[in-house]
Write a protein that binds this ligand. Structure first.
Ligand code: 3HC
Ligand code: NAI
Length: 692
């Protein structure tokens, strides 16, 4: 007994053996942990003094699943399926004691045990689908045998974990324990006689066996939104649990898993998992410390200010929301209360939580309200004059050392900072709408922003549960700067002969939830028009629609005609577009779906290349994380820069060259970095950089 290897320890507590997994940070089931578990089982199985076994993890994780870094490499025995089989066949009951997360292979390991107990902090789930995979160590066969097909499909196809209470209610865990960990599980294990294997349970499968259409009926709404392969494979694998014998279902699951793990979609999603984490590691001088943040202030209670205030309140940080006029403040506070009310009604938070959170948000008139705040986020109108006035006042009123952030979408951070006597404390914190929902936060470094202030903003981002990515200061930063290239392209496609519906359909087929025109109609076309006006730009079709009073859904017409939210094409829009084409002397012609996609996506990639060249983004993965979390880029396509590498930069260079030749638009000329890499037969290399 004692230490088995670096990751597994075994000790006896009066007839119960505790097998403790300790492979920081999250007990990923890499080779060392797997072989330690195998050795422990071999030792214990023939020990007559052992009446039961408790398998334990750490406070953070029972186990976060298979070690994702091992995918794509040669597998080493024992594999996870062998370890689970060894546990399942132990002659004495094995109990999984779950604190923290049991995810993916971690939950599959627990399903190989004869019973499961959990602490209130536990979260269990099979998130493999989010990595473009399916649970490949028996999860699709064992989970439905406990919780039934409906619940299993919901968990496996969405990948969303459930809490301890819900797990107990559906029988996935046998008991909720409190008290010392894992001692309470040791006590509980003493009373366990039954060592029935999950694989031998059949009752919960009966409803699906009696009704062959059931799986498809349950699966249809779960699959609706996704063009990815993994969710469909998840359904097929669960179907195998119903229609096949256990071993056959397991083999079927394996085959489906192998098909996914070697494919581009899973490669993209595994890459995205690590890119997201890496992007949050700001490149700062060693030893840079974040400043403590105990109180926040948000200036402006509009669309963004209200959402940002909610982010602070949700993270337990008291926040003052400041407006100039009572009516605007009342509107903003009422909207916040309404949103909390909706969350409580939906059950995503309790009524008490809603009250607590709302209680942390205080409304005030006048910028004097910023005193006492360690961080101030300005979210007033997108107007340089107004922003400068606000920052000059903040310079007088905010306490020394307070971080002064602007939520501007496009404006120059340095110009805003220049009106203060403390430009080192000023930076951009660019949230995305709706701010309380979208996970992206661009942390925009000004020319003089101090590393400490960047570290503080990044740290606050983490506390607010955002994916905070540090970027440089330029027009539109990373996300909106690339989006502008897509918007230009979309507009040009209309002038050349494509219809709004064709453009939107191409982007939806690519994997976005919405196309640019449906999105524009939803957000309101007047917003884009105002921004263009401020910067002296034009978009002929969009401007013409606005001039005709067509602002999108809110006016009942935009690129489409609306009945409620239902959009349909409008011949009047076709006429407006044709007239604009004629004014510009463009001869319209049909444009195919592939060309539409290339013309929308490649200019973004080109802009991404310039962004890298200029050092506005530190790594290609940072750009990808921004697009995945701020703009709903389809996860299974990894992000624009990853996608570029998959397509091959030579193709993208050549197509951009075509687009440039056709339009003379300098922005479409292939960027030097893109050309250099393409000529050398290389890619942006986000994925390789990680592997190195
Ligand atoms: N494999 C390898 N590394 C992992 C990992 C895993 N499964 N899970 C987390 N890590 C690493 C992260 O990369 C990170 O590394 P870093 O510090 O060097 O950046 C570190 O562990 C901590 O992770 P987080 O920053 O994400 O920590 P959190 O506490 O916020 O979250 C977590 C912990 C909930 C476990 C989260 O990391 C997570 O969701 N992990 C992935 C879970 C998952 O998808 N599991 C399924 C794997 S596939 C599988 O099991 C296949 C099987 O069916 C055969
Ligand atoms: P909004 O018009 O909804 O809200 C602005 C609020 O600021 C109004 O309530 C106004 O009364 C208040 N305000 C104006 N001057 C003020 C002052 N001097 N002091 C205090 N309050 C003042 O605007 P929205 O959409 O919330 O945008 C705010 C900022 O966020 C802009 O810079 C915008 O570019 C940026 N942004 C907007 C996004 C969006 O999707 N709406 C997304 C990301 C950033």
């Amino acid at each position: 007994m004692g230490s088995i290897n670096a990751a597994v320890d075994v000790r006896q507590q009066g007839g119960v053996a505790v097998v403790a997994m300790d492979n920081p940070p999250v007990n990923a089931l890499g080779f060392v942990l797997r072989s330690g578990l195998m050795q422990a089982m071999e030792q214990l199985r023939s020990d007559p003094s052992v009446k039961a076994v408790v398998l334990s993890g750490t406070a953070r994780a029972f186990s976060g699943g298979a070690d994702i870094t091992e995918f794509g490499q040669a597998s080493r025995d024992p594999n996870l399926r062998q370890v689970i089989a060894a546990i399942e066949d132990m002659p004495m009951p094995v109990v999984a004691a779950i604190q923290g997360v049991a995810l993916g292979g971690g939950l599959e390991l627990a399903l190989g045990c004869h019973a499961r107990v959990a602490w209130a902090t536990a979260r269990v789930g099979l998130p493999e689908v989010k990595l473009g995979l399916l649970p490949g160590a028996g999860g699709t066969q064992r989970l439905p045998r406990i919780v039934g097909v409906e619940k299993a499909l919901a968990m496996i196809v969405t990948g969303n974990p459930i809490g301890a209470k819900e797990a107990a209610e559906c029988g996935l865990v046998d008991a909720l324990l409190d008290g010392a960990y894992p001692d309470a599980a040791v006590e509980w294990a003493r009373g366990v006689q039954d060592r029935r294997r999950v694989r031998d349970r059949e009752d919960a499968l009966e409803p699906a066996r009696a009704d062959p259409g059931l799986i498809d009926r349950i699966a249809a709404p779960l699959l609706k939104a996704s063009g990815a392969a993994a969710p469909r494979a998840c359904v097929e694998s669960v179907r195998g649990a119903v229609t096949m014998a256990f071993e056959e279902g397991l083999a079927n699951e394996r085959q489906l898993f192998e098909g996914l793990v070697t494919g581009d979609e899973s490669r993209a999603q595994r890459y995205a998992f690590f890119a997201e984490r890496e992007a949050q590691k700001a490149v700062l001088p060693a030893g840079t410390q974040a400043r403590p943040v105990a109180r926040a202030a948000v200036i402006g209670a509009g669309t963004m200010g209200g959402g940002i205030a909610m982010c602070f309140a949700n993270a337990g940080i008291p926040v003052t929301v400041i407006e100039t006029e009572q009516a605007a403040l009342d509107r903003g506070m009422a909207r916040i209360a309404e949103l909390y009310g909706i969350s409580a009604k939906r059950g995503s938070i309790t009524a008490t939580q809603a009250e607590e959170r709302r209680g942390r948000i205080q409304g005030r008139l006048g910028l004097e309200g910023v005193e006492g705040a360690d961080i101030v986020v300005e979210a007033v109108f997108e107007d340089m004059g107004v922003k400068k006035q606000v920052f000059a006042a903040l310079d007088r009123l905010a306490k020394p050392g307070a971080v002064l952030a602007t939520n501007t979408s496009y404006l120059d951070i340095d110009e805003i900072a220049s009106v203060t006597s403390r430009p080192g404390d000023v930076l951009g914190m660019h949230f995305f709408s709706p701010a309380n929902v979208m996970k992206l936060l661009e942390v925009v470094r000004g020319g003089q922003t101090s590393p400490e202030v960047i570290a503080t903003a990044a740290d606050v981002g983490k506390k607010l549960a955002k994916v905070g990515v540090v970027v440089g200061n330029c027009f539109g930063f990373v996300g909106n700067r690339m989006l502008a290239r897509r918007s230009d392209a979309a507009e040009r496609l209309l002038l050349d002969g494509a219809s709004p519906a064709e453009v939107d359909a191409a982007l939806v087929a690519f994997g976005f939830r919405m196309g640019p025109f449906a999105m524009g109609d939803m957000a309101g076309l007047d917003i884009g028009m105002r921004i263009r006006k401020a910067f002296g730009k034009r978009a002929p079709v969009s401007d013409a629609l606005c001039e005709a009073g067509r602002y999108g859904q809110k006016t009942g017409s935009g690129y489409y005609l609306y009945e409620g939210r239902n959009a349909r094409p409008d011949p009047e829009v076709d006429r407006i577009i044709a007239a604009e084409s004629a004014k510009l002397g463009i001869t319209r012609h049909p444009v195919g779906a592939e060309e539409i996609t290339e013309r929308l996506v490649y200019p973004m990639i080109n802009e991404g290349a310039r962004i890298l060249e200029e050092g506005i983004a530190a790594r290609p993965g940072d750009i990808d994380a921004i697009w995945l979390h701020g703009y709903n880029w389809p996860a299974w396509r990894g992000g624009p820069m990853f996608y570029a590498d998959l397509v091959g930069l030579a193709r993208i260079r050549d197509r951009l060259q075509d687009f440039f030749a056709a339009t003379g638009d300098e922005l479409l000329r292939p960027a030097p970095l893109l050309v250099k890499l393409a000529d050398a037969g290389q890619g942006f290399g986000g994925e390789k950089a990680r592997a190195a």
